[in-house]
Design a protein. Structure first.
Lengths: 119, 251
């Protein structure tokens, strides 16, 4: 079973992504902030893909990506953001495979996830 | 002596009028900048609750729903969330346009493409487009996709202003360090009061307009370090003018 790390400070969003992905047969690890996510990433748990929110109060998406670069983590990441402006900034990061604008159509998200995991 | 006095008065009146125009533009620009900030902050705050509403509705749709009415209602919720998402993204383009891909383009060709597209999308019945392009325009670096959106918006507005038909003259020329593009229509014109509000988000005089088209155009042109302005008199048509710096692309 493939594992997806879901990082979003909005509990309802993290919960609904968890519910959706579990339904689709993935194992989900939920984090409610960037700091918690970095702890999971550094713990060497096997993670196949990460869904990362861009704007979070403790440690934001960009900082998580920078730290991942620093520790040479290679988890493919999908950024979930509210604005195109963030989209451009995130696209420059090595681990980012795509950037999706909220609100998402969940089936489109699933297609992207499967596409990335197949590669 | 009398001639000298008259000349001095005319110069003074002209200077005062220019000063008033500059002052009006500054006030408008400041007003739009603060509106832009408000809009950007609001958009960020709205996206998450919108994601929750849409996401929960989509999850509910994945359940075995026997009640068809509930199913239909949930579909409408998802559709309307997508519609709101689109409005928000357009508002963000007004307040903080994204930096897309800049390419070197021939402005005449880009206008031609926009005209072809608009002729394809809308039937411009009784509207004649007259082209008055400069020869060998200097190449400029712009986000062509965004600029096409601006051209199409201005052309559509000109066409909408002439329900009984008329002409749109599209012209390009070099003006100091800028490329100047004019869209001059023979439509009903815009009142002085409405001209001041043209770029404000949600301002519209159309029955079915969202009032975002020109706000988005304004944002895009500003991001290219350019200028978008309107000149009009009721009953005497309208001219929309874009100035784009030849050197000095997007911020």
């Amino acid at each position: 079973m493939q594992t997806i790390l879901v990082v979003d400070d909005e509990l309802h969003i993290a919960d609904l992504l968890d519910e959706f992905l579990t339904k689709k047969g993935f194992q989900v690890i939920k984090c409610n902030g960037g700091r918690e996510a970095l702890n999971v990433i550094k713990s060497d748990k096997p993670i196949d893909l990460m869904l990362l929110d861009s704007k979070m109060p403790d440690v934001d998406g960009l900082t998580v990506l920078e730290e991942m670069d620093r520790i040479r983590s290679k988890i493919p990441t999908i950024i979930l953001t509210g604005s195109i402006d963030w989209k451009i900034r995130h696209e420059q990061s090595r681990n980012v495979r795509t950037v999706l604008i909220k609100p998402l159509i969940l089936d489109e998200l699933l297609d992207k996830i499967n596409e990335i995991l197949k590669k | 002596m009398l001639d000298d006095n008259n000349q001095a008065r005319e110069t003074l009146e002209r200077n005062l009028s220019e000063l008033k125009q500059t002052q009006d533009m500054l006030i408008q620009s400041e007003k739009l900048a603060s509106l832009g900030k408000l809009v950007a902050d609001m958009a960020h705050e709205v996206n998450n609750p919108l994601m929750i509403i849409s996401g929960k509705a989509q999850l509910s749709l994945m359940e075995e729903l026997k009640n068809k009415k509930i199913k239909e209602n949930l579909k409408v919720i998802v559709e309307q969330c997508e519609r709101t998402k689109d409005i928000i993204q357009r508002l963000l383009t007004f307040s903080k346009p994204s930096k897309g891909a800049l390419t070197e383009i021939d402005i005449n060709k880009s206008l031609e493409d926009a005209i072809k597209l608009i002729e394809h999308q809308y039937s411009l019945a009784n509207v004649k487009i007259i082209k008055n392009y400069m020869s060998s325009p200097p190449a400029i670096k712009i986000d062509e996709k965004q600029m096409q959106e601006v051209f199409m918006n201005l052309l559509k507005n000109s066409s909408d202003a002439m329900p009984k038909g008329g002409t749109i003259t599209v012209s390009t020329c070099k003006e100091t360090n800028n490329i100047r593009i004019d869209f001059k229509d023979t439509g009903e014109g815009i009142s002085e009061e409405n001209i001041k509000k043209l770029f404000e988000p949600f301002f519209t005089t159309k029955e079915k307009g969202t009032g975002l088209g020109l706000s988005v155009c304004y944002g895009i042109i500003k991001a290219h370090n350019g200028e978008l302005k309107y000149e009009s008199k009721p009953g005497k048509g309208t001219t929309a003018t874009i100035l784009l710096p030849i050197r000095g692309g997007k911020t």
